[in-house]
Write a protein that binds this ligand. Structure first.
Ligand code: SF4
Length: 292
């Protein structure tokens, strides 16, 4: 199998096996991310993809799920994606779920009809690292799209029947914009129907712009308590009829398959954690994080 490090596997999706169809990230400019800094974007040649699929058909011939790598494989034009998905189905005939993480902007050049066809070929679940739906924050972190793009592209996915995840990057608006980041993101996400809303707390990694800005004093990050308060505001204002997952430094379990049903429990758990949680322990856990 041909893989270029780093390989990011969604820990919440039953993805086995993995198939690299692109390497790196076409954007590679988000201020909080350094994952693909030294990896030039490249599309995997079709011969390499087919060689990997031949290997998979020999080792896992009855695979029913597969994750396409890397950061944003759907940046490929529809005409390039179709033969790849057809090859996946040819080599792995029991395939049911093809999953990929990708950027919001990767959907924009595809029509609803094209997306529907991709779904018919098995691409039925997508994860969008949206991070925020607040335009000030999106511009500040150089995400490369606006809230109106999120709404438009996610609605196309819904029309095409492709399930999708959206993420809220807790803390990425910093201390000056935490309220707007939380409230606007919750408002925009509530207008959509994602399968999963995921949240994670911002960790500043030394090789990122945001880390340098925090060192220089031009970005004022939230502390662990501030992160929890922002997450609470987001959760209180989110209307989401689906799964909710968080990875944060607290040990309190906020995950659920039914967010709206369990929202009161999540809110009260977060409030208790803000009042009585071990903030020192949370900071220590964050300082040990080495990757997203
Ligand atoms: S966060 Fe995602 S889109 Fe932004 S640079 Fe990193 S991999 Fe690329």
């Amino acid at each position: 199998m041909h893989f270029t490090e780093p390989v990011y596997r969604n820990p919440y999706w039953p993805t086995y096996p993995l198939l690299q169809v692109t390497q790196g990230c076409t954007h590679n400019r988000c201020r909080f991310c350094s994952m693909y800094k030294d990896v030039p974007f490249r599309m995997q040649p079709m011969e390499t993809i087919e060689a990997d699929l031949r290997e998979l058909s020999a080792t896992v011939p009855h695979a029913r799920t597969i994750q396409l790598l890397s950061a944003n494989p759907l940046v490929m034009r529809y005409e390039k994606l179709v033969p790849i998905l057809e090859a996946v189905n040819r080599y792995l005939p029991d395939m049911e779920h093809i999953y990929a993480a990708t950027r919001v902007t990767d959907i924009s050049d595809k029509s609803v009809e094209q997306l529907r066809h991709l779904r018919e070929l098995g691409l039925n679940e997508i994860s969008l690292g949206v991070e925020s739906a607040d335009d000030w924050t999106l511009e500040r972190i150089r995400k490369g799209y606006r809230s109106e793009d999120i709404l438009m592209e996610c609605r196309k996915l819904e029309e095409a029947g492709i399930e999708y995840w959206v993420t809220f990057l807790n803390g990425v608006g910093g201390r000056s914009h935490w309220r707007e980041h939380a409230l606007t993101s919750a408002d925009v996400f509530s207008q959509l129907n994602p399968k999963v809303v995921g949240t994670g707390g911002l960790t500043l990694f030394p090789d990122t712009d945001l880390y340098r800005e925090a060192e220089e004093g031009t970005f004022d990050p939230l502390d662990e308590k501030g992160l929890m308060e922002e997450l609470l505001l987001f959760v209180e204002n989110l209307d989401h009829d689906g799964r909710f997952i968080t990875h944060h430094t607290s040990s309190v379990d906020l995950n659920t398959q039914h967010f709206n049903r369990d929202k009161a429990r999540i809110v009260s758990s977060l409030k208790a954690e803000i009042d009585h949680g071990d903030i020192g322990r949370m900071s220590m856990i964050r300082s040990m994080k080495r990757g997203l």
